[in-house]
Design a protein around this ligand. Structure first.
Ligand code: NBP
Length: 473
């Protein structure tokens, strides 16, 4: 009766595509969905693609489980949150010791940690798996970030590696640590994705509002940049988005799209995680803030009526080469921050996250895939530095590119064009490389009002000052 290599529950967009990918790779997959009509639709899709002989459809949950070979690997791809917990409760009486639930939705890493611990007590493995690449990735090769018990990862490893994206033949799939490690890394991936997208949008702002370039001209620049160090999926699709024309009006599509960005939460989760871990991630935070401010369209319209339109460049020169280098520098800072967040989380939660491997499995399949990540994984593989800003290859780039970032942020500030993310990256860089900061003053203030103490540079131990009891006016 047990004929399937793996099972999958949840045949909406992501689950269907992942199941077809598994079938195409030669594995027999049992499929189930709460609403049975979705199973029939899926079988129709699999038949159209000549994959139905690899599919074992089953509407009854207990029978579905009985059709999977032991030790079982059961993927759940249902809506994140409570549906995942509900599904786990339904599966628990049906699974046996050594079986595993592979949860592949966009779950909060702390939920995955909790589920991992809960199921461990019951002898069931819980793998929290971050899957990046959207619908297309799920079908043809996503980047797969796995967290959970190593034993059950090994059971599922051949299938997960087979269905993942490949970079130079290497699978973009890796085991990253216990508990919530996989979903944590996926969350930071999404935070970095937010940063990349926001910095691209800020550079587009200079092109549109400073240089008055038409979308098609800007698209040409992005196409050129895609041949250089910025080569990446996001730069490539930026060219396509800027080139698209709205068919009814013949207007560039981008000019008709409302400037209010949506967000589903993973960017916010990564900013919160960074704050909770005490790691600055100003680029990610800036990107989240930019989306939030974008959603307040009415307020922005009202504020522009009060303060007037941006001044514009007013004849100031902007070199496209500087714009490219500024984007590269901002991106390096943003990735540096994201990787420090992961290094800190690794230490805090005892995950031993492999930074070079993470950069490797992001080289293909996921939204932030880029040439840059190949360089980054090589750099991390060589050294111990967790901050990319101190990794030799990137030090070389930043030594020149930070000048361009500085020029662009300065010119944008004078032109009154917003750069939440790029300016945050520059401020982080300048703070990070400044040996003598200014929080000596902050420490003095803290001691004044709260007796928090300070260290004096010429002696040992915490000190206090005898401050006046009231301020004189
Ligand atoms: P949805 O997030 O829209 O969820 C729909 C699926 O959940 C259906 O199969 C539905 O069954 C099932 N479901 C729900 Br809703 N409540 C359930 C419950 N209580 N018990 C059992 N099943 C339940 O699907 P999706 O868009 O395919 O996304 C799946 C996961 O992948 C989500 O976590 C999502 O955030 C993530 N995602 C990731 C990416 C990416 O790029 N990695 C992209 C898009 C989505 P029904 O048919 O009976 O209603």
């Amino acid at each position: 009766m047990s004929s399937a290599d793996i099972g999958l529950i949840g045949l909406a967009v992501m689950g269907s595509n992942l199941a077809l990918n598994i079938a195409e790779n030669g594995y027999t997959i049992a499929v189930h969905n709460r609403t049975a009509s979705r199973i029939d639709d899926f079988v129709g899709m699999a038949t159209e693609q000549g994959l139905n002989d690899k599919v074992v459809p089953e509407a009854d949950l207990a029978t579905f489980i009985s059709k999977i070979k032991r030790p079982r690997s059961v993927i759940i791809m249902v809506k994140a949150g409570k549906p995942v917990d509900d599904m786990i409760e339904q599966l628990l009486p049906l699974l046996e010791e050594g079986d595993a639930i592979l949860e592949c939705g966009n779950s909060l890493y702390s939920d995955s940690q909790r589920r991992f611990e809960y199921l461990k007590e019951k002898g069931i493995g819980f793998l929290g798996i971050g899957v990046s690449g959207g619908e297309e990735g799920a079908r043809h090769g996503p980047s797969i970030m796995v967290g959970g018990p190593e034993e059950q990862w090994k059971n599922a490893q051949p299938i997960l590696e087979a269905i993942s994206a490949k970079f130079d033949g290497e699978p973009c799939c890796a085991y990253l640590g216990e508990g919530g490690a996989g979903h944590f890394v996926k969350t930071i991936h999404n935070g970095i994705e937010y940063g990349d997208m926001q910095m691209i949008a800020e550079v587009y702002g200079i092109m549109r509002d400073g240089l008055h370039m038409a979308p098609g001209e800007a698209a040409e620049v992005f196409r050129e940049w895609n041949k250089g160090p910025l080569n990446s999926y996001l730069i490539e699709i930026t060219g396509h988005v800027l080139d698209a024309v709205e068919p009814k009006t013949g207007t560039p599509l981008v000019e008709l799209i409302l400037d209010k960005a949506g967000q589903k939460g993973t960017g916010i989760w990564s900013a919160i995680a960074a704050q909770q871990l005490g790691v600055p991630a100003t680029a990610i935070e800036g990107a989240v803030a930019a989306r939030s401010i974008s959603s307040r369209k009415d307020e922005r319209v009202a504020a522009e009526a009060v303060y007037g339109k941006p001044a514009g460049l007013g004849g100031a020169h902007v070199d496209l080469g500087d714009l490219e280098q500024a984007l590269l520098a901002g991106k390096i800072v943003s990735y540096a921050q994201g990787f420090v967040v992961m290094a800190k989380a690794s230490e805090e939660f005892g995950w031993n996250l492999p930074l070079a491997t993470i950069a490797k499995i992001w080289r293909a399949g996921c939204i932030i895939r880029s040439r840059f990540l190949d360089q980054m994984s090589a750099a991390y593989a060589q050294g111990e530095n967790t901050n990319l800003l101190m990794v030799p290859d990137f030090v070389e780039i930043m030594k020149t590119a930070n000048g361009s970032l500085r020029k662009i942020v300065a010119v944008a500030a004078t032109a009154e064009l917003p750069m939440i993310c790029l300016s945050a990256s520059l401020a982080y860089f300048d703070s990070y490389r400044q040996a003598l900061g200014t929080t000596n003053l902050t420490q003095g203030q803290r001691d004044f009002f709260g007796a928090h103490g300070f260290i004096l540079t010429d002696r040992e131990g915490e000190q206090h000052h005898d401050w006046p009891s009231t301020l004189e006016h």
